[in-house]
Design a protein around this ligand. Structure first.
Ligand code: ACO
Length: 399
């Protein structure tokens, strides 16, 4: 904390806080994190009571509406989301303009930004019903945008949503189906129906990503929202922030890194590289700004991984490398003294691979999961009478 009143006489106390490590930017009632005690709660409910125990859409209802739905509300919410999952043909034509091989995150950002052109009314949300529709619409459409972004990137015809399927199953269907409707995994030519165990696993993964208070992408959504920009523009900005490898992009990098390590015997070499201050190499999936102890989301995913090991035929070679990396890091003073534990991104990859999710879809899945968080945080900002435009100050060091 630097008191620079002498430089800026009219301004009172300034804090200089690069990366905002110690600055609260808002009041919030949505998500609670206790980084010391590895605790994470959505609207007061610990995540281990939600992940795998309530459907992801129920958790979205919890975050967005402030409470878990009853049975009838849950059914109606699910039905509404199914019906809102279609995209305007204009958005679909936009995909054509993007090249083969485009990263799905780039396409998703562009398509989400374009939604603001199709739903101009969502800039004026005085009407409670409109406000509700705006939030549900973006939640419902994101899996369609993500699946189409992927199919477009590999030059495969796009698949429209099937309203007979639950949210998560529908996403897997849109990703895997052939245009004729026959299920086929796009990568290796296996005939493959969607199994309930796969839907449940992905549902739990989405729940664990649903909100995480003022992380970099959520802060971006709030900052853009504070300028009175369209809510979908704020969400598109969140997608941009999430893509970076220090944030949501880390899940893709973890998988690349495990493959690069290639064998348990190479783990010590990479641990040494991560510790070497002259080497920019970082162990992806390790460390967190708030958790200096275990990341509770990672612990839940580890449990899921152990449970699914046999059932989903998880890649035991990758699991062995991951286990060796974890063991080596957690017995090394460099990692222990800095509180560097595996984070959520360390464990999601092996499960997503077993669900036959292509690696470039790992971060898009994070986006799908984070929508209820972003939109709830945006809504909270809009309802906060003390909210102001986000406009930090600087310490000028130039001429
Ligand atoms: N590998 C090696 N060293 C690391 C790592 C790592 N993964 N993470 C942090 N460190 C070291 C830093 O070099 C620094 O060491 P020093 O004290 O000797 O200078 C110390 O640990 C503190 O690191 P910071 O970068 O200052 O911590 P910060 O809180 O700013 O960063 C972050 C957190 C970005 C997550 C960082 O740990 C990281 O880059 N991890 C790898 C990427 C990753 O997994 N990101 C996903 C985060 S979870 C999420 O967004 C969903």
């Amino acid at each position: 904390v630097v008191d620079i009143r002498s430089f800026y006489k009219d301004s009172g106390m300034f804090t200089y806080d690069p990366g905002y490590t110690s600055t609260a930017s808002c009041n919030s009632k949505i998500t609670f994190i206790d980084g010391e005690n590895s605790e994470l709660r959505y609207r007061g409910i610990p995540i281990d009571e939600l992940a795998g125990k309530r459907s992801y859409l129920d958790v979205c209802h919890l975050l967005m509406m402030g409470r878990l739905p009853n049975e009838e509300e849950s059914k109606n919410f699910d039905l509404e989301i199914r019906h809102r999952s279609f995209l305007n043909e204009g958005i679909i034509r936009l995909f054509d303009a993007l090249p083969d091989g485009a990263h799905p995150m780039a396409t998703m950002g562009a398509a989400t930004m374009a939604l603001a052109a199709f739903y101009k009314d969502h800039l004026h949300l005085e009407d409670e019903e409109q406000f509700k529709t705006m939030r549900r619409r973006i939640l419902a459409k994101m899996p369609t945008i993500a699946a189409m972004a992927y199919r477009n990137s590999i030059g495969t015809p796009l698949i429209y949503p099937d309203i007979n399927r639950y949210f998560t199953e529908n996403f897997l269907y849109m990703l895997r189906a052939y245009p004729g409707g026959k299920m086929k995994y796009l990568g290796d030519g296996l005939n493959d129906q969607i199994k309930q165990v796969e839907v449940d696993a992905l549902d739990a993964i989405l729940t664990l990503h649903a909100d995480h208070e003022q992380n970099a992408s959520t802060t971006t959504v709030r900052n853009v929202g504070s300028t009175e920009a369209h809510p979908y523009v704020a969400i598109a900005s969140g997608i941009s922030a999430l893509w970076g490898s220090a944030h949501g992009g880390a899940n893709e990098r973890v998988m690349e890194q495990l493959k690069l390590i290639g064998d348990v015997k190479n783990v010590p070499t990479y641990i040494a590289k991560a510790k070497d201050k002259n080497d920019p190499f970082r162990l992806m999936g390790f460390g967190h700004r708030v958790y200096k102890n275990r990341d509770p989301r990672a612990q839940e995913l580890k449990k899921l991984q152990d449970k699914l090991r046999e059932e989903l035929h998880l890649d035991s070679h990758l699991l062995d490398i991951a286990a060796a990396v974890e063991e080596a890091a957690l017995s090394d003073d460099y990692f222990v003294s800095r509180g560097l534990y595996p984070n959520i991104d360390f464990y999601s990859g092996v499960i997503l691979t077993a669900l036959k999710i292509p690696i470039e879809m790992f971060t898009p899945i994070f986006v799908i999961g984070r929508i209820p968080g972003w939109i709830s945080q945006w809504s909270e900002l809009k309802q906060d009478p003390t909210a102001k435009i986000a406009r930090p100050r600087q310490l000028y060091t130039g001429k």
